[in-house]
Design a protein around this ligand. Sequence first.
Ligand code: BGC
Length: 409
Amino acid sequence: MKNTMVAAVAAMLLSSTAVSAVELEVTHWWTSGGEAAAVAELAKAFDATGNTWVDGAIAGGGGTARPVMISRILGGDPMAATQFNHGRQAEELVEAGLMLDLTDVAEAEGWREAMAAPGMLDSCTIDGRVYCVPVNIHSWQWLWLSNKAYEDAGVPVPTNWDEFVAAAPALEEAGKIPLAMGQQPWQSSGAFGVMAVAIAGLDTWLAVNRDKDAEVAGGPEYAKVFEAFGKAREMSAGSNVQDWNQATNMVITAQAGGQIMGDWAQGEFQIAGQVAGEDYTCLPGLGVNEIISTDGDAFYFPKLDDPEKEAAQKQLASVMFSKETQLAFNLKKGSLPIRKDVDLAAANDCMKKGLAILGDGNVMPSGNQLLSPDTSTQIEGLMVEFWNDTSITPADAQAAYADIIASAD
Ligand code: BGC
């Protein structure tokens, strides 16, 4: 009798789940091996609610995916949820009234109080309303090194940027490329930003990126950054790959010494079975000043004018923010959880370094939070052009950069 009742209740629950199950298309640009493993955790958690995640991965990186996402939303063919970076990438879509307001979910679940880096919810907030759910803290400020590449070259693994530059000739003699770099414009531009913080210091970087001070951008502190960037260009000669994860793979396979890349690179080392501290070394802040930038990914939910879908969208937002999903997703992604109450006992050495830096409060805003998408695109264009055309001198590039900053918003 008892068993029959349990079966009946279970059948009822199953059928009610089936009735309310909703399919949501979710777009993102996570297509590398590590990224795919991480996004599968989000899909799994949402599917466990009885709804269905319809995966809308867009290949080619954020620079390719974002225009597709934006034109679909503007063109009346919105997906149910979409990735953007924290900050200003979706600002115009929110201002145009196209995005679902998540304030009720955020307040009911105490998102603001739970955040590990409070500024990141501010990046989701416009006129006091919350329009996105942040899913991680991803910092750009890292140099990833292949321990084997240095061993093969017979030199110690560098502990900072100067040592990295000094070790380059030994690597070249051993037939390796000191610095791996892919051709997507955001890669050289991101590396430039990291070098600027390490070489010119945070205050100088803020003067340019936050205060848009063109004199500083064209001045002596930034001249040093451009000189170093020119040197980095020389160190990457022969690195003929396109995607960022192909460049990471050069480090994983010891064809290259290192890569300046955000900590999403960790997902790649992980699926290749490499161990932080043993097979690879990570230097936050290029080993010069340890700092974490509050970059990251967030999901936005375009308005669909469908109450059932809207309820499922809010459910997805809530699932993404939950402690369990945060842990499973971030361990695979190589990023840090957005919540301060997630126990990261299973974190690897590099994630632990990141957590300690975050705990010390050594954080800085990201370019995505301070610069408009238009300004970021102009800077990316300049950096990749400089990288590919060795006839452009560091001084030429600096002059063009100062011009962009002069009209930046
Ligand atoms: C995203 C990361 C992603 C990386 C490379 C960044 O914009 O924040 O989550 O892994 O791009 O695709």
